[in-house]
Design a protein around this ligand. Sequence first.
Ligand SMILES: [Zn+2]
Length: 257
Amino acid sequence: MPLHLLAFFAHPDDETMLMGGTLALLAQQGAHVHYLCATRGEGGEAGEPPLCEVAQLGEVREQELVGAVGALRGRSLTFLGHVDPRVGPDNELFPFTDNMPHLAGQIIATIKQFDIHAVITHGSNGEYGHPTHVLCHQATVTAILSLPEEARPVLYTASASFPEHPYPRLTNENDPAHFILDLTPVLAKKTAAALCHRTQHALFVRRRSEQEGRPMSVPEIIIPVEAVHRLLPAWVGDADDPVAELLIRAGAHLSFG
Ligand SMILES: [Zn+2]
């Protein structure tokens, strides 16, 4: 039976920018990857110049994610229907719900619906500290721990940290990498998925363009390496789960950092 993997994330584009290469590699190894997105990214940017009215942003980003999931060879895409809050003054970010049991219940329902063996989600630091990413991480841990032990999917988290990471700001400092993946074989797929998120292109390239002192294109800013952390069951140094098996087959480098 193929591995049934659930990728759960807060906003359209997180799946690609945080774990798209890993997901494409796992799909290439035969895994059935199901995508679960908490919001439609209604609170995000609409592009420079804007590609749509703010009121249409959720619909537009939903379609962008449909395209990206296709590029990454996903099997299904489900939206949980939460509304992404607008960014506050001073760029303050807000979580989309304070009802953790409800969110955890939605994740459990999806795990059961697709007979999920493994889940990958945001890291414990919300990558760069995004409260909505932290919320999704915590709800996933709550969901999995609420299941009887024999029914628990393996849990991996994205954007794990390792000393040679080219952009440590985007990694979870408390989640050390267990597998480091060279994305060369799937870089075209990750790039194609990123190109689907047209409303986010200005955001994707902004910081890197400032750093480089010239306008960078989306393909240029795609990071060719990703790393994951196995959270549940706790890592004791054995690559003893079905995700680990596929990652190693895909050429992942085991990290003991
Ligand atoms: Zn996000």
